[in-house]
Design a binder for this molecule. Sequence first.
Ligand code: ZN
Ligand code: ZN
Length: 181
Amino acid sequence: MHPIHRAQPIIPHIRESYLDQHFPPAFMQNLPHDKVKVWCCIYCYMQMAQHQMFPPDRVTPRAICKSCWARLTAQVTIKCWVCGSVHDQQMLDYQRQAPQDIHYRIHDGKCMDYFALVSARALGVDTGVCEYPPPGLHPQEIDYKKLLGGVIYREPAQITYEPQETIGDIINMVPRQKVRR
Ligand SMILES: [Zn+2]
Ligand SMILES: [Zn+2]
């Protein structure tokens, strides 16, 4: 799953609105969107290098660092990483067969849409969603320039990733991956 490609058609629909207008509160609790920073792992928030996020030998970028990914996929995860509801038996069987495949960890549909949005933000995409003020701060006291110029947003023009049309060529160049991610 390419999180940026998945997120792109969703962004026009969520831009300049709050995520809790579109997704259930459990999503934000399990995977907080507002804590995610550009170039940081979406789980531990540790900074990642560009070659870790956009590995040259892979078609899909990564928004989860190696150690978090190893921890998250070490065993069967009964609950969806995003909504927290329990997977059916078939999903758990698929996880055992393909532990690295994210499609068996997260429900398709809104759960995967949300995951893609959070990942895209970490990968440098400006999702344009509204942020609530930090707790205890009145909106008048907030330095919006600092917020917007800091870790939260990044110029979309600075994003580099493989355009859709070249992906076929890239797939032909690299050894075929058994697992999707
Ligand atoms: Zn991490
Ligand atoms: Zn789910």
